[in-house]
Design a protein around this ligand. Structure first.
Ligand SMILES: *[C@@H]1O[C@H](CO)[C@@H](O)[C@H](O)[C@H]1NC(C)=O
Length: 487
């Protein structure tokens, strides 16, 4: 362990040295790099989105609240930060500290002061696009706050939730599809209402939102928690290291998200560049580049922008003015060997398992937790089996599983025909019930069905065939009694 730590320190020093050299832009840039003075002329804007609801997803809203506090401390004004969160965590009956949300084990309350711009049913994809485009007329509900930006302004978008190939979750229907998101970004760029825009995105398979889709030259720089084909990870989960306080039976944060935020809090953002932070976040998110747990943090869009200092987007906290060198938080380097995290798709089950385990034996709470856990597991199996059965019908049993899960080469778009993808999901749901958060893991199967140019009418027949024994179709409530079809 000692030698491992030594190697890590050497590696970190090497990385920091490399990025310090990289700070003088040596590339032959086509983009005219704005000076820090130019940046000061403009306004900093941000949109923060938690895409989930439900106490088992505590971590996403905790991430977003935390991000708000960071931007506020950095000097962004409340009127320039648009917050989307369902807002069912702080006062959930499950919350051991009502009215408070924490994002790390010994962390402070991050909920206080967070504006309720778009909550509950107003957390929609269309409100997000309207807010980004500054289109007040298109907003339905909420505070009406939009990014009313001008040509000198910098915009930061941070999203955290579950995702799948080409899709990001929202707490309302429909989910966010990558093609619509990228089209909205292109519209915003064409309107000339920002100088530069940075997106930090946490979700499973989040690379698939931009891969092969986001062009260069829009002055947009992106990092994602994972590549196009892997999970992203929850952290500060019960039973892991470091764990949340014992009264919490849910994960407090997401790995990539807390990595960028906890780094931001200890750095001098007038010195740290986007690239410096990318390197630090990538290291923490991959368990120090071992990938024992964790994922591949990726960059997309105008990667050349990464020589810029973070203060342009996240503001500047004068308390860190004397910090000279970007570094990993110390406790992380000290505990390299024992840090543990969980695949986002398993994090929800952890909550139910711990709820069951921590309940008073023989109590109603224990019985309810057991039922919830059983239903969740059965529903997951229903989704997995249905998709596989559909694949076997459509591909006539020939390597069906391989065809459903095939991943295109890196850099390729997930699906050629996005309208087809949306149709296939709707067709599946009509026979098999809502895809749900967990079911987003099967987006690639639907994409591959489209890429194989299978007729949507055939898909409708296959879905109805595969799910005809399920009375859960359309109701959104799975009845375990009817699960007998899956062999
Ligand atoms: C930074 O260092 C200077 C010079 O030593 C000192 O005056 C100042 O208070 C320090 N700032 C902070 C925030 O610690």
């Amino acid at each position: 362990m000692e030698s491992g730590r030594g190697a890590l320190l050497v590696l970190l020093v090497a990385l920091c040295a490399a990025s310090a050299l990289g700070r003088t832009p040596s590339w032959d840039g086509k983009i005219e790099m704005p000076t820090e003075e130019d940046a000061e002329k403009g306004t900093r804007w941000a949109i923060l989105i938690a895409g989930s609801s439900g106490y088992w997803n505590y971590r996403h809203q905790a991430d977003v609240c935390h991000a708000y506090q960071i931007l506020k401390r950095g000097g962004l004004k409340e009127e320039n930060i648009v917050v989307f969160m369902y807002d069912d965590i702080a006062y959930s009956t499950e919350n051991p500290h009502p009215g408070k949300i924490i994002n790390k084990p010994d962390g402070p309350d991050v909920y206080q002061g967070v504006p309720k711009d778009y909550t509950g049913a107003d957390v929609t994809v269309s409100n997000f696009y309207a807010a980004l485009l500054g289109d007040k007329d298109a907003i339905k509900g909420g505070s009406g706050k939009v990014v009313n930006s001008g040509p000198n302004d910098h915009i930061f978008i941070y999203y955290t939730d579950h995702g799948g190939a080409g899709v990001l979750g929202m707490p309302t229907s429909p989910n966010l599809y990558a093609d619509d998101f990228v089209d909205t970004l292109k519209k915003k760029a064409a309107a000339g209402t920002f100088k530069e825009l940075v997106i930090y995105l946490e979700a499973c398979e989040s690379g698939s939102i931009f891969e092969g889709l986001l062009p260069e030259g829009l002055n947009i720089y992106v990092t994602t928690a994972s590549n196009a084909e892997e999970s992203s990870w929850g952290t500060y989960c019960p039973g892991m290291y470091p764990p949340p306080p014992p009264e919490y039976d849910t994960c407090l944060g997401d790995l990539y998200s807390v990595a960028w935020m906890e780094d931001t809090e200890i750095e001098n953002l007038k010195k740290e560049t986007l690239e410096d932070q990318y390197v630090i976040v990538k290291s923490r998110t991959s368990n120090h580049n071992t990938y024992r747990t964790g994922s591949h943090v990726m960059q997309y869009g105008d990667v050349k922008l990464d020589v810029e200092e973070l203060a342009r987007y996240l503001g500047y906290d004068p308390a860190n003015e004397n910090v000279t060198k970007p570094e990993l938080p110390e406790f992380l380097s000290a505990h390299t060997e024992i840090l543990t995290h969980v695949d986002q798709r398993e994090a929800d089950l952890i909550h139910l398992r711990y709820k069951f385990r921590n309940a008073v034996k023989g109590s109603l709470r224990e019985a309810n937790a057991a039922t919830e856990l059983a239903k969740t597991i059965v529903h997951r199996k229903h989704l997995d089996d249905s998709v596989q059965l559909i694949g076997e019908i459509l591909f006539a049993g020939e390597n069906a599983l391989e065809k459903l899960t095939a991943v295109r080469p890196a850099g390729s778009v997930v699906v050629d025909d996005w309208a087809c993808l949306k149709t296939m999901v709707r067709t599946f749901e009509a026979s098999c019930g809502p895809l749900t958060q967990y079911g987003m893991k099967h987006m690639r199967a639907f994409a591959n069905i489209c890429n194989a140019r299978i007729d949507p009418a055939k898909m409708a027949v296959a879905s109805s065939e595969a799910c005809k024994l399920s009375t859960s179709a359309g109701s959104g409530i799975w009845s375990p009694v009817t699960s007998g079809f899956s062999a």
